[in-house]
Design a protein around this ligand. Structure first.
Ligand SMILES: Nc1ncnc2c1ncn2[C@@H]1O[C@H](COP(=O)(O)OP(=O)(O)OP(=O)(O)O)[C@@H](O)[C@H]1O
Ligand SMILES: Nc1ncnc2c1ncn2[C@@H]1O[C@H](COP(=O)(O)OP(=O)(O)OP(=O)(O)O)[C@@H](O)[C@H]1O
Ligand SMILES: [Mg+2]
Ligand SMILES: [Mg+2]
Lengths: 254, 254
């Protein structure tokens, strides 16, 4: 059973990378074989798993372009059960390279065909945009997981994102599911947090994960040590939330 | 004296829109004539100033494309001293329209020539990307103001952004200054916040605004009422911080 999941939302700073890194680590801790693909030129997921983007060498750029086979680009990480295809700052250039090519949305899907069966989960961290790299990620995926920050501006973009997902389903990937909407940076003391959470649950009934990721400073400290939350502080609220999310994801699949 | 300032940083969720909206409102409160241009397809600055993006009609798309004169696209807002050219969800399409055209980075600069002298400040809110719309904004600007969230991932992208600004200065706009680096969402109780602030100040001495924007829930509540922070809660820490920032900006210019 291999499931490819894109972590996407064009709104910035909603917790895409934090979810990609820590969900991968949690799935690894639960004995799943995980590959994380960093599809964001900022390369935050690459550094969040302890690699230095400037030293990481070849990665997602070569993967999409087709210059290298996927298995040649996979690197080990210090996180049990998790491998990575890193991003490089030049990744943004691949959009201009493939923009005029036929079937430009399918480059990543094609590149992943041979390695899908090696992993239980392939997690793709996307940039805050709906450009060609993100479209490639959505076309290559079985499902999309949408982190939603419990703030007002984060609500505004949701309709547009779900429209884009519908278009991808119609044009490029009819099997694309919505894995779920994940409430992030939830602070139960704030009225705004509770209002946004209630609104998302009432508008998108059935699509929202039971697990809510609470605001937890340990989650924002961990990347500065190049560690995922389980390695950094396994007893923290953040580690607990992402382990629960991983269990919910696994239970859904069976 | 007219100064065009782009609010830019490819890292998502660092406070670009919050700064664009509330700095504009603060400058307006200090009797300056301000135009806000929403150059982000998410159209958060448009709704932050109380307009509905789906009803806003023509705006930044027509401005960049050259279909309309700038003065035909300017709308009033309920914020004293502040007018707006709104964004529409289709704005993202303009990148594909101008990508093959000569001098594609100069469309916005050309469109603003006639109206610059009408305003003391023109503030451009950018998307979390370094694509063609943001390049147009940097080419059209006298200076760029970079919000930096006091978090680890926000530090990582800084080097790349400053490189991009250097390239724009060399290729398209030699007069482009760095107006300053603005520390945002600072929480004095958090060790991480203080570490990041110290690191930015030591690495970029002389470029960092004295004013620091503190984390303040009122700033994230205001947009859900379509209000800027001064209208929403003039006595809040957020309103105080943005008024101080506006004063610091005005003092720098003289
Ligand atoms: N639950 C949380 N509690 C506290 N801090 C968090 C939480 N989730 C994320 N953060 C912090 O918030 C910031 C934004 O998160 P992150 O970078 O993961 O978002 P993103 O959606 O990947 O951003 P981008 O749009 O730039 O890719 C980071 O500094 C991160 O450490
Ligand atoms: N100083 C602050 N205190 C509390 N909340 C804040 C502050 N500044 C911004 N916010 C909130 O944090 C979130 C991110 O801010 P904002 O949307 O302005 O960032 P952005 O850089 O414009 O994001 P994007 O990259 O998506 O354009 C918003 O929900 C906003 O209300
Ligand atoms: Mg990210
Ligand atoms: Mg914004």
């Amino acid at each position: 059973m291999s499931r490819v999941i894109a972590i996407a939302n064009q709104k910035g700073g909603v917790g895409k990378t934090t979810t990609a890194v820590n969900l991968s680590a949690a799935l690894g801790a639960l004995e799943k074989r995980v590959l994380l693909i960093d599809a964001d030129p900022q390369a935050n997921a690459t550094s969040g798993l302890g690699l230095k983007p400037e030293d990481a060498g070849e990665g997602t750029y070569e993967l999409i372009e087709g210059a290298r086979k996927a298995e040649e680009l996979i690197q080990a990480t210090t996180t049990p059960g998790v491998s990575i295809i890193p991003a490089h700052l030049d990744l943004v250039a691949v959009e201009l390279e493939i923009i005029d090519q036929p079937k430009r949305e399918f480059f990543l899907a094609k590149a992943l065909q041979d390695i899908r069966s090696t992993y239980d989960y392939i997690i793709i961290d996307c940039a805050p945009s709906l450009g060609l790299i993100t479209l490639n990620a959505l076309t290559a995926s079985d499902a999309v997981l949408v982190p939603i920050q419990c703030e007002y501006y984060a609500l505004e973009g949701l309709g547009k994102l779900l429209n884009t997902i519908k278009k991808v389903q119609e044009l490029h990937n009819e099997d694309l599911d919505v894995e779920g909407l994940l409430l992030t940076m939830f602070d139960s003391r704030l009225r705004l947090s509770n209002q946004v959470a209630d609104e998302v649950r009432s508008h998108f009934e059935g699509l929202v994960f039971e697990t809510v990721i609470h605001r937890n400073v340990k989650l924002s400290e961990a990347p500065s040590h190049g560690e995922n939350i389980i390695a950094y502080d396994a007893g923290s609220k953040g580690a607990e939330n992402y382990l629960t999310l991983a269990q919910e994801l696994i239970a859904k699949a069976s």
